[in-house]
Structures are given as structure tokens and as C-alpha cells.
Design a protein around this ligand. Structure first.
Ligand SMILES: *Cc1c(COP(=O)(O)O)cnc(C)c1O
Length: 450
């Protein structure tokens, strides 16, 4: 049997006629990478492959290396803002706007009227201000960056009063006490986990206090014996003492989720109207746009944030701004379903049931036993915690596969289908399956069950 020391060198393989042919077709760096991987595998398995098998493996490695890394998947989980699946899918309008500027030069920082230098924030700030009632607006990389920048620019070296009920962890190690420390602001905790009153905030104010911070409890709910002051009361308190009222609002809703028959997630407009001086929120949660963080509020405060050196470190690129502007345009035009996220939130139980029935019937017709079941979808992504959105799912009755195995096989399709297990069946929730995904979804399910 061939010994590992008989393995050819990378150089020998690249100089082999077969290697040269592959390099001519795919490029030498890629073939080098694939050859290294193929040899590494032989080394790890402790056996030397026969030449034909080795070249077949090299070709497989080339295909694997060339497969797009970030690819579309079908979200059949029913979790609308699924963080692992990229949160909000963009509207076609926003995607087209990105494509228009991506391959060309643009007026990113050029005022086309004057020919002078402009700022990238001006591209969208009038739209944001009109939609939210803010005096001024800026866009950064995400809500975490917006919050960090807000605190660093406005409260560094000073005290910021925050309720113990709002020292939240958003996930991915974004914990409010850590963000506060990182910003250089000193956190002063008041109240208790379940109850904090205006007097608690008042008692904590000292000459070193810069601001009161409200943090939206995006991803959890405290129920029972709870109390927290309304924003207008906190605004009065802050302003009476010459302090700022800042808010990390999270999901960034421009529309009232209450109108979609859900619990009301606070909107940006409500916060500003209630007297918050500067709001930080996300662009890709309930706003349904690209990953971004928005800072909205008083002109002097937005300007102060933008002058801070961190602003450069967290600034957004042209593609984000293009997508955000196009998304905001849909809200301005009051498009009936402004963005896919809202289309999904507003899907009616009757429509979802009809769609589930249709999918199930087509699966059954193709020889895949399936049935519909009532179930619930969720908003996800730290929005509308605990809110259950009634839906109807398609349960796949695969007799030869365990549900877990079926989930794996669905994920291995092209495009991958991400489903969930419920009551011992793999289920597909039509709420998050985009309108043009029915055909690829059916193909994937049929292939996975076979
Ligand atoms: C989601 C969220 C964040 C983080 O937002 P990103 O856009 O993911 O950075 C921060 N604060 C609150 C309250 C949130 O809900």
C-alpha cells in the first residue's frame, strides 16, 4: 500500500498536464487552493489516493470553493426577522437601488447642486426627518453602533441614569452595561428589575449626570407587578434638570404594529413626540431596510455625534444608503405593503391557511404526504417579544426520515430550505416564504424526501 511519504507535492500536481489544464480554466490560485485541500484530506485520512480519484477530488474542491458563500435560502421558519438568516429581506426597489450604484461612481459625498463636498448623511436625512418628525438624522452601521456613538459623544466621563429593568442583553454580547463602559459614560442604575419610578431617576441625579437613558426591552417581556415611567414624564424630569433624555429604541418601527392586529411596538415618532432628545434604532428590524443604525433627534446632538471620531469608524457605505433611501421612499409613497417585513406581519390567517393548503395539496399530488396545522409565527430579531402571530403550517409526513434528518436534508438543497420541527414533524410556515419561492420550495421538499 502506498505510504503517505509517496504523496506527490503541490508543485508536482500543479505542473502535471491535468493541473495545468485546470489552472488554465480556473486560475492557478484556485487550483493551488483545491490541490492543497485534496492533499490535506489524504494526509488526514492516512491514505494515498489513486491519481484519477485525486483529480476528481481536486475538481470537487474547486466547485466547493467557487460556490457563493452568501446565498439565498428559503426561510420557512415563520420567524420574520431571523437574525441567522439576515433579518429583513429588502424590497425589490431597495435591491435595485443598490445595484444601480454598486458598479458605478456616485454622489456619495458630493453636493451635485454646488459641486462642493457634501455629507453622506444628507442623502437620506430629509426623508428620515419627514417620516419621523426628527429635527436631524444620521445613519451608522447598526443600532449597536448608534447607541455606542450616542453615549460616547454625549455622555463620556459623565453619569447616565438607567433603570435596572432595562440593562438588557440584545445578543452577540451586546449588553447595555458593557456598551456604557465602552462609551466612557458612568452607568447609574436605579429602580428594580420589575419596577422603576420617576422618583428613582430623580433621586439619582447629581451635578455629574448628563442624561437619562431609556432602553427598549426588545427581546423579553416582564409581566405581573411591573411599573416604568412613561416617556413624557422622564422627558420633563430630564429637561427640568438640564439633562438629555436618550433612547435605545431597537426595532425602529415607522408604522404601528397595532394596526396589523399585534401588540404595539413603540414607533420612532412616538419617542420623539414624547420628548426624547436623541433616539438610536435599527434599520433592518421593523423598518425593513438594510442593516443600519439610525440616530434621530435634535440637530445639535446629531451634529455632536457626527463630530466624534467613532462616527468615522461606524459609518455606512453607499449601498446601505441607496437601500435605505429606496426603503424610505416606499413609506413616503405609502405603498400598500411598504417592505417585505410588513407584508409578512400583515398576512392574514385566512391567506396563510389558503397558501398552506395549496402547498400541502401540491406536495401530496407529488407523492409527499403532508397536512396543514394551525400554528404561530413570531416577529423575531428582538421585536414584538412574546407576540404570537397565528398561522397555518405545512407538516411533512416523511415516514422514512426522522424530522431532524428531514430538516438536515432540506438545508442541503439548492436553494437551502430552513424549516422547524413542531410536534414531531418538520413544518413549513408560509408566512416567511416569499411569493416567488413556492416552486423552488416544492422542488426542494420533494428532493429532500426522496
Ligand atoms: C436590536 C437592538 C440593538 C442592536 O441592534 P443592531 O441593529 O443589531 O445593532 C440594540 N438595542 C436594542 C434595544 C435592540 O433591540
Amino acid at each position: 500500500m502506498a505510504q503517505l511519504r509517496d504523496l506527490p507535492s503541490v508543485h508536482e500536481l500543479l505542473e502535471d498536464p491535468r493541473g495545468r489544464l485546470l489552472a488554465a480554466e480556473h486560475g492557478r490560485p484556485l487550483v493551488l487552493f483545491a490541490v492543497q485541500r485534496a492533499l490535506e484530506r489524504e494526509r488526514q485520512e492516512g491514505m494515498v489516493a489513486e491519481s484519477g480519484r485525486r483529480w476528481a477530488d481536486v475538481e470537487d474542491q474547486i466547485q466547493a470553493l467557487r460556490r457563493p458563500r452568501l446565498r439565498p435560502v428559503i426561510n420557512a421558519t415563520g420567524v420574520i426577522l431571523h437574525t441567522n438568516l439576515g433579518r429583513a429581506p429588502l424590497s425589490p426597489e431597495a435591491a435595485a437601488a443598490v445595484a444601480r450604484v454598486a458598479t458605478r461612481y456616485s454622489n456619495l459625498e458630493l453636493d451635485l447642486r454646488t459641486g462642493k463636498r457634501g455629507t453622506r448623511h444628507d442623502l437620506v436625512s430629509d426623508l428620515l426627518c419627514h417620516l419621523t418628525g426628527a429635527e436631524s438624522a444620521a445613519v451608522v452601521n447598526n443600532c449597536a453602533a448608534a447607541t455606542l456613538l450616542m453615549l460616547a459623544a454625549l455622555a463620556k466621563g459623565k453619569e447616565v441614569v438607567v433603570s435596572r429593568g432595562e440593562l438588557v442583553e440584545i445578543g452577540g454580547a451586546f449588553r447595555m452595561p458593557d456598551v456604557m463602559r465602552l462609551s466612557g459614560a458612568r452607568m447609574v442604575e436605579v429602580g428594580t428589575t420589575n419596577r422603576t419610578r420617576v422618583e428613582d431617576y430623580q433621586a439619582a441625579i447629581t451635578p455629574r449626570t448628563a442624561a437619562i437613558l431609556k432602553v427598549h426591552a426588545s427581546n423579553f417581556k416582564v409581566v405581573g407587578f411591573t411599573e416604568s415611567p412613561q416617556l413624557p414624564a422622564l422627558a420633563s424630569l430630564a429637561h427640568a434638570h438640564g439633562l438629555l433624555l436618550l433612547e435605545d429604541l431597537g426595532s425602529g418601527a415607522l408604522l404601528d404594529t397595532g394596526e396589523a392586529g399585534l401588540a404595539s411596538e413603540p414607533t420612532i415618532q412616538q419617542s420623539l413626540e414624547a420628548g426624547v432628545d436623541l433616539v438610536a434604532c435599527s434599520g433592518d428590524k421593523l423598518l425593513g431596510g438594510p442593516q443600519a443604525g439610525l440616530l434621530l433627534g435634535k440637530t445639535s446632538l446629531v451634529a455632536q455625534a457626527l463630530r466624534h471620531p467613532l462616527a468615522r469608524a461606524v459609518r455606512v457605505d453607499k449601498m446601505t444608503l441607496a437601500a435605505l433611501a429606496a426603503t424610505l421612499d416606499l413609506y413616503l409613497r405609502q405603498a400598500p405593503t411598504p417592505v417585505p417585513v410588513w407584508e409578512m406581519l400583515r398576512s392574514t390567517p385566512a391567506d396563510l391557511a389558503a397558501r398552506a393548503r395549496q402547498l400541502a395539496e401540491r406536495l401530496v399530488a407529488a407523492g409527499v404526504p403532508a397536512e396543514t396545522r394551525e400554528s404561530t409565527s413570531t416577529a423575531g430579531g428582538g421585536s414584538l417579544p412574546g407576540e404570537q402571530l397565528p398561522t397555518t403550517v405545512v407538516a411533512i409526513i416523511a415516514t422514512r426520515l426522522t424530522p431532524a434528518r428531514l430538516i438536515d436534508r432540506l438545508r442541503a438543497q439548492d436553494p437551502p430550505v430552513i424549516a422547524r420541527i413542531e410536534a414531531d414533524r418538520a413544518v413549513l410556515d408560509p408566512r416567511t416564504i416569499l411569493p416567488d419561492e413556492d416552486e423552488p420550495l416544492l422542488r426542494a421538499v420533494i428532493a429532500a424526501v426522496r
